[in-house]
Design a protein around this ligand. Structure first.
Ligand SMILES: [Zn+2]
Length: 167
C-alpha cells in the first residue's frame, strides 16, 4: 500500500530526461508528462490483447500504479486521482507495464476483476463501436456496435453518480 500522505513530488523515483540516448535506450524510467502534467496510457486485456481504454496519468497516478500493481489514472472530467474500480469493483490488476521509445506513452496489460468490464457505459472495452470506412463527404459516418450486449448495468453499479462523459 502507498501511504495517503504520499504526495511530495520530489519522492517520485523518475529519472530526469537528459539525453535522447538515455531516454530511448537507457534503463531508467524517465517519463515525459505533457503541458497539463499528464501522460496517455493505453490499457489492454492481458489475456486476449483487446484494447480496453485510453486513459491519462499524472505523476501520482503513474507512481501509485507502479507501487500497487493496480491501475490508477487522472480523471480529466472529474479532475481527481482515480483508482480504477474504486466505485465499480472492476479493478485492473497490472500484469505488465510498458513505456514507449520516447517515454511519453504508457501501455498497461491488465486483468480486470469482477465482470471483466472496463468501460463506465457498461461494455468490456471503451472501444465497443466500429466506424464504417469508405465514407462520403457530407454524410455522417455510421457506427456499428461490436459487443453484443453490455457486461454490466451502469445504473446499478454507479447509481446517481455524475456521468464522466462531457459534451
Ligand atoms: Zn469507457
Amino acid at each position: 500500500m502507498v501511504p495517503d500522505n504520499f504526495v511530495t513530488a520530489d519522492v517520485y523515483p523518475f529519472a530526469a530526461r537528459n539525453t535522447v540516448k538515455q531516454v530511448e535506450e537507457g534503463f531508467d524510467l524517465a517519463p515525459k508528462f505533457d503541458a497539463d502534467g499528464l501522460i496517455p496510457c493505453i490499457t489492454t486485456e492481458a489475456g486476449s490483447g483487446e484494447v480496453l481504454m485510453l486513459g491519462y496519468m499524472n505523476v501520482e497516478a503513474l507512481w501509485r500504479t507502479i507501487a500497487t500493481s493496480e491501475a490508477h489514472y487522472w480523471s480529466r472530467s472529474r479532475q481527481c486521482l482515480w483508482r480504477k474500480g474504486e466505485t465499480s469493483g472492476l479493478v485492473q490488476q497490472v500484469v505488465d507495464m510498458r513505456i514507449d521509445d520516447d517515454q511519453d506513452a504508457i501501455w498497461l496489460r491488465v486483468h480486470v476483476s469482477g465482470s471483466g468490464a472496463s468501460c463506465h457505459v457498461g461494455y468490456r472495452s471503451c472501444f465497443y463501436r466500429s466506424v464504417e470506412l469508405g465514407g462520403q463527404a457530407g454524410k455522417t459516418a455510421r457506427l456499428t456496435f461490436m459487443e453484443p450486449a453490455k457486461t454490466f448495468d451502469p445504473k446499478h453499479v454507479y447509481g446517481d453518480a455524475p456521468n464522466p462523459t462531457k459534451l
